[in-house]
Design a protein around this ligand. Structure first.
Ligand SMILES: C[S@@+](CC[C@H](N)C(=O)[O-])C[C@H]1O[C@@H](n2cnc3c(N)ncnc32)[C@H](O)[C@@H]1O
Length: 316
């Protein structure tokens, strides 16, 4: 049984501080950034994800049209969001990040089972399937309205929507919400059958959506991109948006995962160099904070070797 609550390379530990020091040396950071991209691109291409073709197809599509239609001029970007993420100096606020996001998502799924010879489609199905299985057990049995917060290019939103749509006899209304109009423009482009009711450009902390209007709010791989203060505000907002009996469900890196804790130094340094809020994320007590936001005692399930799913219900 693994007793450590988080990796030594995150938080205030000596190792963590040493890695941070390295990352803050500009020439070293530049090399790290380049290497981190190579790890993701190599995993993708080795397993048949057509990285360049996906990029070119999106770049040639009418994404600018979707961008203009979706972008909400009233949105202001918080400081924590305007920092480099994933080796893009403009973080999530650029076309390059949005055009590469689908391939990067599939690459991420492949890395979970990197010792198995899975196709990228099978790895992705397994990743989402393990999350959906937990929802089947701990989220409400009947779901009418779903909000996928931090939906990025909408892959999480579409797979979640289809899962519920296929399982239930009545129709499901699903909304994807994100702070990046670039990501949302790509999401709209990939939603070729208009299955998703709305792609909303809003800040998750303050969505402007009505009280008690959703049965399920999901945060899929969002929390590790946030400082504590933003996560806490989003939990409160989710509580407000949920109907009585509804649930919030989060899936993200598992600080207690042996794989994550034992990442080789090169890999954890690369990971930290592209994820600016790692120290905050790995020291954040999600279950405790959900309860402070008003939710019932959450359930946590280790959904795969790297990730955990947390579900908490609103019962007032
Ligand atoms: C790693 S991606 C999520 C991936 C996606 N949910 C999936 O599972 O494939 C994180 C997303 O959260 C968005 N995001 C970060 N902070 C946000 C905030 N405060 N409000 C809304 N979206 C936010 C980013 O723009 C980015 O698209």
């Amino acid at each position: 049984m693994n007793k450590k609550l988080k990796p030594d390379w995150a938080g205030k530990d000596m190792l963590s501080q040493f890695v941070n020091l390295l990352i803050h040396i500009k020439p070293i950071y530049q090399v790290m950034k380049h290497q981190a991209r190579q790890v993701i691109i190599k995993t993708a291409e080795k397993n048949g994800v057509p990285w360049r073709k996906n990029y070119e197809k999106l770049a040639a599509s009418p994404v600018q049209y979707h961008f203009d239609a979706i972008r909400n001029p009233q949105v202001t970007y918080p400081d924590y969001y305007k920092v480099p993420f994933h080796a893009y100096s403009e973080g999530n606020l650029c076309w390059k990040a949005a055009f590469e996001a689908p391939s990067a998502t599939y690459s991420m799924a492949l890395r979970v089972w990197k010792n198995e010879s899975l196709t990228w489609e099978a790895a992705h199905d397994r990743l989402r399937g393990s999350f959906h299985n937990v929802l089947a057990t701990y989220a409400p049995k009947e779901v009418g309205d779903i909000l996928d917060v931090g939906c990025s290019v909408g892959i999480s939103t579409l797979t979640l929507h289809r899962y519920y749509q296929n399982k239930q006899s009545h129709s499901v209304r699903t909304v994807g919400l994100d702070l990046s109009p670039y990501m949302l423009a790509v999401a709209k482009k990939l939603d070729i059958n208009n299955e998703i009711s709305q792609w909303l450009h809003r800040q998750a902390e303050n969505t402007g959506l009505p009280d008690n209007s959703f049965d399920l709010v999901t945060l899929q791989f969002l929390t590790h991109e946030l400082p504590h203060s933003a996560s806490k505000a989003i939990f409160k907002e989710a509580f407000r948006l949920l109907r009585n009996g509804g649930a919030i469900a989060l899936v993200d890196n598992n600080p207690k995962s042996a794989v994550i804790q034992n990442l080789p130094p090169v890999l954890f340094t690369l990971m930290k160099s592209t994820e600016p809020w790692s120290d905050e994320y790995y020291t954040f007590e999600i279950e405790e904070e959900l309860q402070k936001a008003g939710f019932n005692t959450p359930v946590t399930v280790e959904t795969d070797p790297r990730h955990r799913t947390i579900v908490a219900t609103k019962e007032t």
